[in-house]
Write a protein that binds this ligand. Sequence first.
Ligand SMILES: [Zn+2]
Length: 205
Amino acid sequence: MEFSSKLLEKAVYEMSQLPGIGKRTALRLVLHLLRQPNEQTLHLASALQHMRNDIKFCKSCHNISDTQLCEICANPRRTDEIICVVEDIRDVMAIENTSSFKGLYHVLGGKISPMDGIGPNDLNISTLVTKVKEGHVKELIFALSSTMEGDTTNFYIFKQIQDCDIVTSTIARGISVGNELEYTDEVTLGRSILNRIPFEASLKS
Ligand SMILES: [Zn+2]
């Protein structure tokens, strides 16, 4: 792509670094911004910069938050005896949309995936195990997507807390295998949280 302006070229290049944005789309977006009032670009740039500078991770559940303790963990109407283990914030958002869950979450930040060089120590697993061993948690719900990586991660955590006196369950998936949690519709997801099944039963099936 030949550019008449180095400034334009640089903007298009940076935009095209985003996933799913090719050079042509990047050019379209940049030209769109150029046609809009200057403020729109300033607002976009400032929102991105503020997000990068000020965003925090909840010290308890590791979810993305504006405060040290996220709104979900800080909510006294929720029970801290049930913890739903998820991969990232998109799963939290999907489950929150169902309004079917009144416990807390634990955000792992990914799944164990030796192929991608992600091991247990790269994820927020040890804080979860500590939380469970403190003895206050009564139930752990695994809500990772049913991929090989998801199953491996569930099983790894299960092994760590096997001797603790808690119930472990997994969301009943009436959903096709490999379906990511974020794409399942809210009714199905809400129902699967209510009809969760014991984790060990899911191992045998
Ligand atoms: Zn939290």
